[in-house]
Design a protein around this ligand. Structure first.
Ligand code: ADP
Ligand code: MG
Length: 708
């Protein structure tokens, strides 16, 4: 029997090779294929005349074949097929390459709907390799054709056909709708299976909107239930009361005075810690607002009360930096700090684990710092008091759940530079208290920001030469590590009826570093990315900190937390690929010292339409320096992706991440609220969803069986 769990190889014509290509898109089963939602739609229903074709994109045309196709052979087994076709406004020459078999498809006098970009030279029109569908009066060709994210070996034609076949096969065993009938009636929804079909093959725009409305709701609904389940499993009854001690010893070591905002946040934290109820608090503060010292104050408070703390960062680089900074501070207070990374030698790990469990307070490690690997390293504490997660938005849902589990009888503090919308925070954390640092330490300078395209390259290089000559250092951030690796496309509904032209090529860190080494012989050029060995990363970062490397080419591994005060210029290549919040984080890497600092965002390609659009989007960065305002814009532009897990290539990737395929938190906020409310009511009436086994299955699947 064919089900959604059947492998794609049950489809006719899908063998090992095609199945492997599908796997690259994350499509293993028919269900995955159905959930590979369209990226956009081609509006082939809007028929234009040749003379009136779009100058900048593809058009749909109804043309009559006017001449017999001729095959022209070239050397080296190449050939092309040429014929003429016309409508009332003109005649067009149509060409196909290496497809001689099409010769018999286009007899003179037959009519087709063509879809392609019309080139015009004087009064002559030309179409190259257009999509052709036989047309006759009364024939209903679909007006909207889905466009999908593709990969090598999977063409649009192929996936369109396979989706169609899969939908037809699955229609034989229709999916029972997981949503309670009352809710379907209340919102006047299409059945789920129908909505899925219509999303792939909409009859018209209204039909598409209806399908999308149902699926977005379902997504939010599943998401709300899933998060509620995960949270419930991990809610904690009590945590140690940490009310003794004073902050003075810690504060007296600082070379600066706390800002008013930091003082307020720290006192909120200390009030929480003094209660037997586990703290669940998030510090939100812009890059450089000084969140770390607030966490240090929390850690110090807990340690003074005889308890231990764990601090987790999303990358090794950041974990090391925290270790360097905090152990310098805490060693003067007699607090024992250890660093535990995936790369830490096994013997060392064993020693640290033992010291964390030691009953002797003189030997016991008070603070362990690491990456999320801490969660999976089987770390146990003799006297657990506090778990701190830095830059929490980079952690996946599974890690968040594990984190809460770890923090069962402890206090939990999470820190983020990305302000999380209230609605989303509620879904993710339930009742999480927020502390805002809305003030930067005094004397911070503004990082002047420019948005430019390839045409500016030479001037940019001159500028880099000058920064280097001045003794400054430069970050260059690329979206990919190696050439063949393209950053994943997001499901992009902004161009719903107007698919994007091909994207500009990506700058890749490794090869780009080599190119730059030639352009800038006066300095050393290093590179850094997530796939390097941990020791290599550390060495590279250390040379950059020490000033031995003038230009550091990197992927977004340096996005969070890294502190090199001498760095004065941040260049981001293919900046169009990044979310605004992410760019703001990257920009926060410079302007940390006394040097006047700059950020240059380079968009790929040149002054074409796509470039124009990216520059417009990015121009917010020129005028806005407030992370909160930028996050708001980001949410409007890109949806919640960045809040859930970063989409850049080096992001901490998680299986079992609950990510949104369709929904956009900003645009669909009404659906989100409705779905969250409905989910809460359903759970109140039936806490274990005993009457809704289909929903339980769905959530279990979406969360990687995390909740079962
Ligand atoms: P973030 O909020 O981005 O994590 P950090 O905690 O790393 O910021 O702080 C950024 C820098 O600002 C650090 O070098 C830190 O020592 C410094 N800093 C923090 N608080 C203050 C303050 N009140 N006055 C001056 N410098 C501060
Ligand atoms: Mg930080």
């Amino acid at each position: 029997m064919i089900t959604r769990n059947s492998p794609v190889s049950v489809l006719p014509g899908i063998g090992k090779v095609k199945a492997a290509a599908y796997a690259k898109l994350g499509i293993l089963t028919l269900g995955d294929l159905i959930l590979h939602y369209p990226r956009a739609y081609e509006n082939r229903g809007e028929i234009r005349e040749l003379a009136d074709a779009r100058p900048d994109g593809k058009s749909a045309l109804i043309l009559t074949i006017g001449s017999d196709p001729k095959v022209v052979r070239l050397r080296s087994h190449k050939s092309f097929l040429k014929f003429k076709a016309f409508d009332d406004s003109g005649v067009c020459e149509i060409t196909y390459f290496n497809q001689d078999y099409l010769k018999s498809v286009f007899p003179v006098g037959s009519v087709f709907r063509f879809w392609g970009k019309v080139e015009q030279k004087g009064k002559r029109f030309a179409l190259s390799s257009p999509v052709a569908e036989p047309w006759a009066p009364g024939v209903n060709l679909p007006p909207l054709c889905a466009v999908y994210r593709l990969t090598d070996g999977i063409t649009l034609k192929q996936i369109t056909k396979d989706v169609e076949t899969a939908l037809a096969l699955l229609a034989e065993q229709p999916l029972s709708d997981p949503l309670p009938p009352e809710l379907i009636a209340k919102h006047n929804f299409l059945p789920l299976a129908v909505a899925e079909e219509h999303l792939h093959r909409p009859l018209d725009k209204d039909d598409l909107e209806e399908a999308r409305r149902r699926l977005v709701y379902q997504e939010f609904f599943d998401f709300s239930l899933g998060m509620a389940f995960m949270r419930r499993k991990t809610t904690a009854p009590t945590a140690p009361v940490c009310s003794a001690g004073s902050l003075e010893p810690l504060l007296s070591l600082l070379p600066y005075r706390l800002t008013g905002a930091q003082e307020r946040v720290i006192s909120e934290i200390r009030t929480d810690l003094a209660k037997p109820v586990p703290m669940s608090r998030m510090i939100v503060g812009d890059v450089g607002s000084g969140k770390t010292i607030c966490a240090a104050a929390a850690i110090w408070t807990v340690v003074q009360n005889g308890c231990q703390a764990a601090l987790m960062a999303p990358t090794e680089i950041l974990a090391r930096q925290h270790y360097t900074d905090l152990s310098a501070l805490f060693s003067r207070l007699g607090v024992r700090v250890a660093l535990l990374l995936g790369a830490t030698p096994a013997a060392e790990k064993r020693k640290i684990r033992a010291a964390l469990l030691s009953q002797n307070p003189q030997e016991r490690i008070d603070l362990v710092i690491g990456t999320h690997a801490l969660l999976s390293e089987g770390v146990e504490f003799a006297a657990p008091g506090l778990v701190v997660a830095d830059e929490q938005h980079r952690f996946g849902a599974r890690q968040r759940a594990a984190l809460a589990e770890k923090g069962k009888n402890t206090h939990l503090l999470v820190m983020s530079a990305t302000p999380i919308p209230r609605s989303l925070a509620l879904i993710l954390y339930g009742d999480l208290s927020l502390s805002k640092i809305d003030e930067l330490p005094p004397g911070r300078q503004r990082v002047d920001t420019f948005v430019v395209d390839e045409g500016y390259r030479e001037r940019l290089n001159d500028f880099i030469h000058r920064q280097l000559a001045d003794g400054g250092q430069v970050y260059v951030v690329c979206p990919a590590i190696e050439e063949e690796e393209t950053a994943p496309d997001e499901v992009d509904f902004s161009g719903l009826f107007d698919p994007e032209p091909a994207k500009p090529p990506l700058k890749a860190a490794v090869s780009y570093a080599k190119e730059l080494a030639v352009v800038f012989p006066e300095t050393r050029v290093g590179f850094l990315h997530g796939k390097l060995k941990s020791a290599q990363k550390e060495a590279m970062m250390a040379s950059f900190v020490a000033g031995e490397i003038g230009i550091l080419v990197s992927t977004t591994v340096i996005e969070v937390g890294v502190n090199v005060p001498n760095a004065s210029l941040m260049v981001v290549e293919n900046a169009e690929r990044f979310g605004l919040s992410q760019l703001h984080q990257l920009r926060g890497r410079v302007g940390r010292g006394v040097r006047k600092s700059y950020c240059v965002l380079v968009t790929g390609g040149t002054a074409d339409r796509l470039g124009e659009r990216s520059r417009e989007r990015l121009s917010v960065m020129r005028t806005t320096y407030d992370g909160f305002a930028i996050a708001e814009k980001d949410l409007q532009q890109r949806g919640p992706g960045d809040f859930l897990a970063s989409s850049a290539s080096d992001a901490v990737r998680q299986s079992g991440e609950l990510s949104l395929r369709l929904g956009n938190l900003a645009e669909d906020s009404l659906l989100l609220t409705a779905a969250a409310q409905d989910a809460a009511e359903l759970l109140a009436a039936d806490p274990k969803l005993q009457n809704h086994p289909l929903l339980v299955d769905r959530i279990a699947e979406a969360t990687g069986n995390l909740i079962s």
